[in-house]
Design a protein around this ligand. Structure first.
Ligand code: PGA
Length: 250
């Protein structure tokens, strides 16, 4: 069986400031103590360069990227720009971008391909709505998102899938371990069927209201290789215990 290192990535969304980067210091210290865990933080674009300079031992990343390297795309940031700022990670296809910016699976696949081609750790987010889960469509929806959003070639970067049920994001509602297990098993099967042994080694994160008090239970679920953490990644007081829970998970 593939040994996959745990990966904990914080997504600051549209939060943070230069002053807030002080939170990175204890996070970096915790990451250094938990040497079996990879830790990243994706702050807003304006903070990527100062975050990377301040915390070189953390993997700093962008919350999105454009598929093109440059051009007339007002307000967008490309993968080469992110890399120049020190980014090691790109999040693509977050449900907030799929909803707010109307990103399609095709858009997400193109962004992910750009990030993977540049060697970034590329997180492709998928997840169903509450209505889709209630209609028993969750696995079918997520599988279709994977088919449409995950590029066929992983290039030089590392592909990571984040399963984030939309109804669990920022709500305090967490998917049950049984539901997480069912979905992560389905995602693993999809990755294995497309990528063979490489798919066995790809990390699958859970996201949606991950906190210090539920992290250990989630990390005990087979095929949960870490977490994408929103609200609880903003402060070291909340984020460090999640890193520590990943380090203690077997
Ligand atoms: P949350 O966000 O941890 O605040 O629910 C997770 C995410 O959107 O990545």
């Amino acid at each position: 069986m593939a040994v996959r290192r745990k990966l904990i990535v914080g997504n600051w969304k549209m939060n943070g400031s230069l002053a807030a980067l002080a939170e990175l210091d204890p996070m970096a210290a915790a990451a250094a103590n938990c040497c079996d865990v990879d830790v990243g933080i994706c702050p807003p674009f304006t903070l990527v360069a100062p975050a990377a300079a301040r915390a070189p031992s953390l993997a700093i990343g962008g919350q999105d990227c454009h598929a093109a390297e440059s051009g007339a795309h007002t307000g967008c940031v490309s993968v080469p720009m992110l890399k120049e700022a020190g980014a090691k990670i790109a999040i693509t296809g977050h449900s907030e971008r799929r909803a707010d910016q109307h990103e399609s699976n095709e858009d997400v696949r193109a962004k992910a391909l750009s990030a993977l081609s540049a060697g970034l750790l590329t997180i492709v987010c998928v997840g169903e709505s509450a209505a889709q889960r209630d209609a028993d469509e969750a696995v079918a929806v997520v599988t279709a998102q994977l088919a449409g959003s995950v590029p066929d070639e992983t290039q030089t970067g590392e592909l990571v899938v984040a399963y984030e049920p939309i109804w669990a994001i920022g709500t305090g509602k967490v998917a049950t371990p049984a539901d997480v297990a069912e979905m992560h098993t389905a995602i693993r099967a999809h990755l294995r069927s497309r990528f063979g042994a490489e798919g066995e080694g790809m990390r699958i994160l859970y996201g949606g209201s991950v906190k210090a008090d539920n992290a250990a239970e989630l990390f005990a679920v087979p095929d949960v290789d870490g977490a994408l953490v929103g609200g609880a990644s903003l402060t070291a007081a909340q984020f460090v215990p999640i890193i520590e829970a990943a380090a203690s998970a077997k």
